[in-house]
Design a protein around this ligand. Structure first.
Ligand code: NDP
Length: 454
């Protein structure tokens, strides 16, 4: 009889934790998962899933207006925020149940309550102590809000989904994924949106041309983008309005302020000290290439280790970990060519190197790019355009990066990512027959080099 209550004790039933628990249990391992809140973690409850539902809701707004060009005559269009909020909630509850069923079916035991480490192989949940041979920390991350006078008046992305009322005017601070996606969501739902970013141009880390294109398209739609700008303080008026004072002295009056200024790993009150776990300089749990922490019996993955805060990455890390621990593999996850999308309008889809990254690695690159209006918008009356670009290394002919801003960019780039992972060259793109008429076919019909860099 083993000295342990479980072979693997997972803390956190989010994307990474549940995947690891489920896969390990399928290997015949005795698994427990502790969760203090709803199953599914950030992605299901306060991230990807509700966000994407809200993006769909927002895109209907433009869709109704565009439909008239195709002969549809819509009467008065009304949007009802509580309907969206409540339907979203219903969908999430279904997913929570599905996660619980999946765990149960796999044979993993779900323990409700906050878990804390008591030592390298000991965990406490709701006053009860458990011993486990191995422990996996998958506690995720939380929104970070900087410290400044009046920051108690702002909302984080955890609070934004369930607002009692849709604001008339919202200020969104941040220039990353969440800020830009919510700028699109609120604009699409009819809210007046101001997005504020402290740097020169938002969406740092994405291809410069894509960033500029998206900024121009968003402005054209009526979203106010203020760059090189930051909030120094916020005050609430007697009428419950918020006045944000900016670093240039200007005041902005709005109904709500959303801060989307990054997410920090959930390391607090986990008993990391009692187990002797080392953190990185940025406060994430430090792990090696195999997700082992400084304590050999304890592993960590997902947002908590802050490599890439993306659900599919946490899932992939979990799968590599379980294969290594229980199937005799010694694999490392390949973090190269991870595709990603920002669900703003136009949507950004991207895989591989940006122009700046490619130029750091190669002496010269060829850019193939196209900027066009899709066939749909010949009748829709919309001024939306699409930007697509391929970055090619001329000596090897390898496609180094593919970037798109436009409708369905996430769907399109997912397929292109497979080609890049397979080492596709520009010749292979050229040999691929297009699907006509689509926007995606442009990726296989760009024949002339638009620019050669440097
Ligand atoms: P991001 O890291 O994407 O962006 C954070 C933004 O906040 C940056 O523009 C940053 O500016 C700015 N910022 C940071 N600190 C401050 C500060 N003190 N004052 C003002 N601005 C500040 O984080 P998000 O919060 O948008 O999202 C968190 C993570 O979640 C993302 O990195 C992504 O991995 C994931 N995510 C993925 C999605 C997807 O796949 N579609 C959707 C949503 C989230 P600067 O660049 O100058 O540092």
């Amino acid at each position: 009889m083993s000295d342990y209550d479980y072979d693997l004790f997972v803390i956190g039933a989010g994307s990474g934790g549940v995947r690891a628990a489920r896969m390990a249990a399928a290997e015949g391992v005795r698994v427990a998962v502790a969760e203090q809140s709803r199953t599914g973690g950030t992605c299901v409850n306060l991230g990807c899933v509700p966000k994407k539902l809200y993006v769909h809701a927002a895109e209907y707004g433009a869709g109704f207006a565009e439909a008239t060009g195709f002969g549809w005559h819509t009467q008065q269009i009304n949007f009802d925020w509580p309907t969206l909020r409540e339907n979203k909630e219903m969908n999430i509850r279904k997913l929570n149940s599905l996660y619980e069923e999946t765990l149960a079916k796999a044979g993993a035991e779900l323990l409700k309550g906050r878990a804390r480490l008591l030592g390298p192989q000991r965990v406490e949940v709701a006053g009860k102590e458990y011993r486990a041979e191995k422990i996996l920390l998958a506690t995720g991350s939380h929104p970070f809000i900087p410290d400044f006078p009046g920051n108690e008046h702002v909302l984080s992305s955890d609070q934004i989904f369930d607002l009692e009322q849709l604001p008339k005017r919202i200020l969104i601070v941040g220039g990353g994924y969440i800020a830009t996606e919510f700028a699109g969501i609120f604009h699409g739902l009819g809210v007046e949106v101001i997005q504020l970013y402290r740097g020169e141009l938002f969406l740092g880390g994405f291809d410069q041309e894509i960033r500029e294109f998206v900024a121009a398209q968003m402005r054209k739609k009526g979203i106010k983008l203020h760059f090189n700008s930051d909030v120094t303080s916020i005050e609430k008026t007697v009428k419950n309005k918020l006045i944000a004072t900016l670093n240039d002295g200007r005041n902005l009056e709005v109904d709500s302020i959303l801060y989307a200024t990054g997410r920090k790993p959930n390391t607090a009150d986990l008993g990391l000290d009692s187990a002797g776990i080392t953190l990185t300089e940025s406060g994430a749990v430090q792990v090696d290439d195999y997700y082992q922490t400084s304590v050999p019996s304890i592993y960590a993955l997902g947002d908590l280790i802050d490599r890439m805060q993306l659900t599919p990455v946490a899932l992939a890390e979990a799968m590599v970990l379980v294969k290594n621990l229980y199937r005799g593999y010694k694999q490392k996850l390949d973090y190269d060519l991870i595709p990603t999308a920002v669900f703003c309008q136009p949507t950004i889809g991207t895989v591989g190197l940006t122009e700046a990254e490619a130029l750091e690695k190669y002496p010269s690159i060829d850019i193939y790019s196209t900027n066009f209006r899709s066939l749909k918008h010949a009748l829709s009356g919309s001024g939306d355009r699409i930007l697509m670009k391929l970055l090619v290394e001329p000596v090897s002919d390898r496609v180094l990066g593919v970037h798109m801003a436009g409708e369905q960019a996430g769907e399109i780039i997912q397929g292109i990512a497979v080609a890049l992972k397979a080492g596709a060259t520009k010749t292979i793109f050229d040999q691929t027959i297009g699907i006509h008429p689509t926007s995606a076919e442009e990726f296989v019909t760009m024949r002339s080099v638009s620019r050669t860099l440097p």
